[in-house]
Structures are given as structure tokens and as C-alpha cells.
Design a protein around this ligand. Structure first.
Ligand SMILES: [Zn+2]
Length: 653
């Protein structure tokens, strides 16, 4: 069956669109499926929050695009083609900004062409805007600069806007409105994670994301579906859902903490969800949470393989190559699982991570532990949709390319698991440091934390302990280490294809990977830059030197986090992680475009549907695969517009 399956569905510019499959869903019990169904609706119900957080006009822009796409009669075919191209990028990135470069992409039309298309859609009966009395003319006037002009609100998140510029005003997201970072220095935030901050006549106001506050409508919808899910949940999950509802109701940090703890404690349920304001990458300050919704279930087979890592977290902690004062004496329960994603929305989809470790709250991690998951079906779909040429083009030798083909999937999945379980889960703050590290490190925090987790994984990958635990086959250990190290240095080069404009990396994971490889190049003999036929290669030449260098760098990165040394963090990333040679990037872009290699991947999620008996009770939940981005995105948007499904309803219906 898998050979006939479609993974790569289409290419939109340099983006691959790939179908995600969740084979294990069908074997869940009816109760688990029904639970997943309600959580799935809760994930769809919050999706629009993220669009609004990315840009204040994001939802208005999406309405216009979807109106034209669904009412195309009389629209110039060339214009329609361009609207479709742009709309697909817009859906994949949840708004007008490239999620990786943080830069705006534009609709390649004139104002008149856009207006004519919108007018035609209106004539065909489309509801264009979200403001009832607005004319098409006024609507397009309001949105045209965002659609058409790359210089208007050019960057969603700008952590290093340049000397004298403010990180908040240089960033065009909707987490702040008219607020400068300087104003914040004398302001005490009460709802750091879950509010939009606005300046009202110079006075700062927190618009809290909660019932009765900002996103009231969406949050009511989410809560309704979470309530409907509760009767089908295990007792500990039910408790976590109750705590989540309370947090959505009050917005208070104490309730967020109670929820985080309840969520970490819920270890039994095979079906799980993440629903809320979670990751802070979009905020240049690294404080405000972007909304996301994920529903997943455990992949039992793959989970057995990686649980050994979690069970031995203390062994690794005791051997971390950093100052012993940063070692945790008692590693609290890290649970590690391989999961299969059913749906990801908001900040987590259509662009998705391959591993997640939550909660982000450092204090809760230290006391209660964390849940760490690797997204097995996402990794699998990535691997199956990666063109062979991607490995060959940037490998120095045939052996390197062969190793990548043979062990690449395995090595990367293992590295991701180690990154999440013994990476993010490890280490503690220096004695006496009470401020949380994200406050001390500010805009550098996320890059520091990602670097730390990667370095832990790279450092322990060659350790014989992995063979002893049965995680890595002893006969192939060297080959697997070489495969990962080679992949890692190659990636520093290949990832430049994602930053097609400018000379700066914004995305935190990309910054961290660039920093590590550039640092190794500068300080060790592990990596060489070679050229052949006008092409540049990063070649890993000495795995021992690589590991030794990684250990040294890790000691420093942990010190930076543990002491909250913001100056050292800035220096490290400014020197090695942020800037790159544009000529080298141009070379890489030419090479990947010649081979039509994608820069990143957007996923089409599985689709759930209920079968009900005559009384309306759910008798089965069926999973299917739409294999079409546009269909799915239009379905999700239509869902959010329907009031009836946003209301709480009894489980029987
Ligand atoms: Zn990470």
C-alpha cells in the first residue's frame, strides 16, 4: 500500500506540500477515537488565533484570498493563478510571512488586478471582508499595501534589527501594538505569555487571551470541545483538561502553572493534546506564546526504543561535559514517546517540528519533569518525500551520500529524540540565579536553548552507552555517528537556501545550527571547507575532534544559560550564528533550484469524520487523507466561521 501512497503532493515555489499519514489511528478504541475527535475540533477552533497573532490583518487578507479562490467566475485566469500560488504560501505559513526567514512574501499583481478579482468574487456572491459595511474599494485600499508592497511591515520577528532600532517596532507581528522595548523596561507584565500588549496614550495595556478578553470567540469554541472530550479521557487527562479550561477562563499565571503540572503528570493516556499559547519564537522578546493545537496518539513500537533514553536521563546528566554546579542531582521524570500526529494547527501546522519537549516553564521542568515526544509520522513523511538529489548534491564523496541514504533517517530520528529527552530536559541554573533564563537572555534565549539541546545530542551520540542500552546497533555505531555529523555540517550549508533574501538568519533553530558549525570550523579540525567544480562543500573529517569540540562548546553554552550571561550569548551568536556570506547562499540557491529541491515542507493533515447512529451517538471516527492543501485549508476556515460547531454540545450529539 505504501508504495502507491502519495507523499509529495505538489510544489509551490520552493515549498514541498506533503501528505501526513496516521496509520495507527484505526486501531485505537472507539473511546480513544472519540476523545481524539473532540480534541481535533478544539485544535481547529483555535486556528484563527494564530493568524491574528502573526499580523493584525492576517485574517482579513485570508478572507479576500479565499473569496477569490472559491468564487473565481470571471477572474482573469492569469490573475487567478497568481492568487492561488500566493494563497497556498499564505496557508502554509499561516499568513504573509515566510515562517523561516520571517520576511514578507508578496502577491505579484497590481492593485487594479487585485481589485478586479475581488470585485468579481463579490459579484459571484462571496463575502469578502469581515467588516460588514465596507466597500470592496475600501477593503482593497486597506489591504493592498500588505498584499503588494514588500517594504510595508517587512518582518514578522526581528531579533537583531540593527543598531539603534527597536526589536518590537521592527517586528510586525500582532503580539504588540505600538509598544517599544524601551517602554517595557519600566513595566511589570502580569500576563507575559498570554496577552497582546498595546500602548493607549503612552499607557501600556495587557489584552489578555481568555474568556471575556482577546480571542473570546475562539477560546469559547476551544473550551466547548475540550468539555465534550472530557468524558472520554482518562482520569489524569480529564484533570489536565479541566485545568486547561480554567486557564483559558481566567488567563492567570497560577492557573497556567496548575495546568502545566497536570499535563506533565498525565502519563497514561495514549491520546494526548497540546492546545494553547506555547512556543515563544515569534516574540522577539521570547515571552509571548503563539497559539497551537496538536492532537496525537502514541506509537507503541517506536516508544519502546526511546524510553530507554529517558529511563537513563540521570546517567547522562551526571556526565554532562559542563561545570558540575549546572548538573541536576535528581532528574525528574522525563517521559519520552514517539507519537503520530493526527492534526496540527496554528503555530504547529502546516509547518511542523519533528520533536517537542514541554512545558517550557523552567521551574516546572526542574521540579516535575517534562514530556518529550518525537513525531514519528512527520519524520517518516519527511524522509519519504526527500529527493535523492538532496543527499547527493552536497555530499563530498559517494560514501557520504550512501551513508546518508542508509542511516540518515535513523540517525536524525535518534538525534531528535536525544535533543528533546536528554537535551532540553537537562541542566539547571546556577545557585542564586532566580530569574528565569528567558528573561535574562531575552532575544537570545531560544537560540541558546536550541544549541544546548543539539549539542547534548551530538556529544552523546558516539557514547558506548547507546549500544549498551540497545538503542544503537554496535556494528554500525561509527557509521551512524559519521552519518549524523556529516549531515549536521552539510545542513549548515544547505539550510542557507531557506534564506533567499537578506544576509541574516532569524529562525532560532537555524541560528543555532549555523552557530555550532561555524564555531567548529573556527575552533577545531573537525570540519573542512572544500571546493570542487565551483561548488562549496562542508566536509566532516574528524569525528573525534568533532565530539571534543562539541563538548567544549556545550560547556560554554550551558554556562551562558545557567548564569544568564546575555552579553556572551549575543557575542556568540553575532559572531557565528546570525550572519552569513550572501555569495555562498547564492551558490546554494542556484544548486538547489537547478535540482528543484524544496526549501521547506508544509503538511496536509489527516482528516477525521464521525459516523453516528440514528440517535446521533458516535459509533466510529474515520480517518482519511485529503491529499490536497487547498481543500483542507478551505475546510478549516469554513469550520471557524460556523457558530454552531463552536458552541459546547453534549457528548451524545
Ligand atoms: Zn528544541
Amino acid at each position: 500500500m505504501s508504495s502507491e501512497r502519495r507523499y509529495l503532493l505538489e510544489r509551490v515555489d520552493d515549498v514541498a506540500v506533503v501528505q501526513l499519514y496516521a496509520d495507527g489511528f484505526a486501531s485505537l478504541s472507539l473511546r480513544e477515537k472519540t476523545l481524539a475527535w473532540h480534541l481535533y475540533l478544539a485544535a481547529l477552533a483555535g486556528r484563527d488565533i494564530y493568524y491574528d497573532q502573526r499580523h493584525a490583518l492576517g485574517l482579513d487578507m485570508r478572507s479576500v484570498l479565499e473569496a477569490i479562490v472559491t468564487h473565481p467566475n470571471g477572474v482573469d485566469p492569469k490573475v487567478l493563478h497568481e492568487v492561488r500560488r500566493y494563497a497556498k504560501l499564505f496557508w502554509i505559513n499561516s499568513g504573509p510571512y515566510n515562517n523561516i526567514t520571517a520576511r514578507k512574501f508578496v502577491l505579484r499583481l497590481t492593485r487594479q488586478e487585485l481589485f478586479d478579482a475581488a470585485q468579481a468574487a463579490a459579484r459571484n456572491g462571496a463575502t469578502l471582508g469581515r467588516r460588514p459595511s465596507e466597500s470592496v474599494e475600501r477593503l482593497i485600499d486597506r489591504l493592498a499595501p500588505m498584499f503588494l508592497d514588500a517594504s510595508v511591515d517587512p518582518t514578522v520577528t526581528s531579533k537583531t534589527p540593527g543598531l539603534g532600532r527597536d526589536i518590537l517596532t521592527a517586528s510586525s507581528n500582532n503580539l504588540y501594538s505600538g509598544v517599544t522595548a524601551t517602554q517595557l523596561e519600566t513595566f511589570t507584565e502580569r500576563y507575559g505569555l498570554n496577552s497582546r500588549l498595546t500602548a493607549d496614550n503612552g499607557r501600556l495595556v495587557e489584552e489578555v487571551y481568555r474568556i471575556g478578553g482577546r480571542y473570546d470567540r475562539e477560546i469559547r469554541g476551544i473550551i466547548g470541545h475540550l468539555r465534550a472530550a472530557m468524558p472520554f479521557a482518562t482520569p489524569s487527562m480529564s484533570e489536565a483538561l479541566r485545568a486547561l479550561i480554567q486557564f483559558y477562563e481566567t488567563g492567570e499565571d497560577a492557573d497556567r502553572i496548575a495546568y502545566d503540572i497536570a499535563w506533565v503528570r498525565d502519563q497514561e493516556s495514549p491520546v494526548d493534546t497540546i492546545n494553547g499559547f506555547v512556543e515563544v519564537y515569534m516574540d522577539p522578546r521570547g515571552v509571548k506564546g503563539a497559539w497551537e493545537g496538536i492532537v496525537s496518539y502514541v506509537n507503541e513500537t517506536k516508544t519502546r526504543d526511546i524510553q530507554a533514553l529517558a529511563a537513563n536521563a540521570q546517567w547522562f546528566e551526571d556526565r554532562m561535559p559542563w561545570d558540575p554546579r549546572f548538573r541536576k542531582p535528581d532528574v525528574a521524570g522525563v517521559t519520552a514517546r514517539a507519537i503520530e500526529v493526527i492534526v496540527e494547527t496554528g503555530d504547529s501546522g502546516p509547518l511542523t517540528a519533528v520533536g517537542i519537549n514541554l512545558p517550557n516553564d523552567q521551574a516546572i521542568r526542574e521540579k516535575y519533569g517534562s514530556k518529550s515526544v518525537s513525531l514519528a509520522n512527520v519524520s517518516d513523511a519527511y524522509e519519504r518525500s526527500t529527493p535523492e538529489a538532496m543527499r547527493v548534491e552536497f555530499s563530498w564523496s559517494g560514501e557520504e551520500a550512501d551513508r546518508a541514504k542508509k542511516w540518515g533517517g535513523f540517525a536524525q530520528e535518534l538525534t531528535t529524540a536525544m535533543h528533546e529527552i536528554i537535551g532540553h530536559g537537562s541542566g539547571r541554573m546556577a545557585p542564586g540565579v532566580t530569574e528565569p533564563p528567558h528573561r535574562l537572555l531575552g532575544e537570545q534565549y531560544s537560540s541558546v536553548e536550541e544549541a544546548r539541546a543539539d549539542l547534548v545530542a551530538l556529544y552523546f551520540l558516539p557514547d558506548a552507552k547507546l549500544v549498551e542500552l540497545g538503542i544503537v546497533p554496535g556494528d554500525h555505531h561509527h557509521e551512524i555517528v559519521a552519518t549524523e555529523y556529516e549531515y549536521y555540517v552539510r545542513n549548515a550549508l544547505v539550510q542557507l537556501r531557506r534564506v533567499r533574501e537578506g544576509t541574516q538568519i532569524e529562525e532560532d533553530h537555524m541560528r543555532n545550527r549555523q552557530m555550532i558549525v561555524s564555531w567548529l570550523l573556527a575552533h577545531t579540525s573537525a570540519v573542512e571547507v572544500r571546493r570542487r567544480d565551483g561548488n562549496t562543500y562542508y566536509v566532516m573529517v574528524n569525528a573525534t575532534a568533532f565530539r571534543e569540540g562539541v563538548g567544549r562548546l556545550l560547556a560554554e553554552v550551558q554556562r551562558i544559560k545557567g548564569e544568564g550571561d546575555a552579553a556572551a550569548a549575543r557575542d556568540l551568536f553575532e559572531t557565528y550564528g546570525v550572519h552569513f556570506d550572501p555569495a555562498l547562499r547564492d551558490e546554494i540557491v542556484v544548486r538547489v533550484d537547478r535540482l528543484q529541491l524544496p526549501s521547506y515542507t508544509g503538511f496536509v493533515m489527516p482528516r477525521l469524520e464521525t459516523r453516528r447512529d440514528d440517535a446521533g451517538a458516535i459509533v466510529d471516527v474515520e480517518i482519511s487523507y485529503p491529499c490536497d492543501l487547498e481543500t483542507q485549508m478551505l475546510e478549516y476556515s469554513a469550520f471557524a466561521r460556523r457558530d454552531d460547531v463552536l458552541e459546547p454540545r453534549s457528548a451524545a450529539r
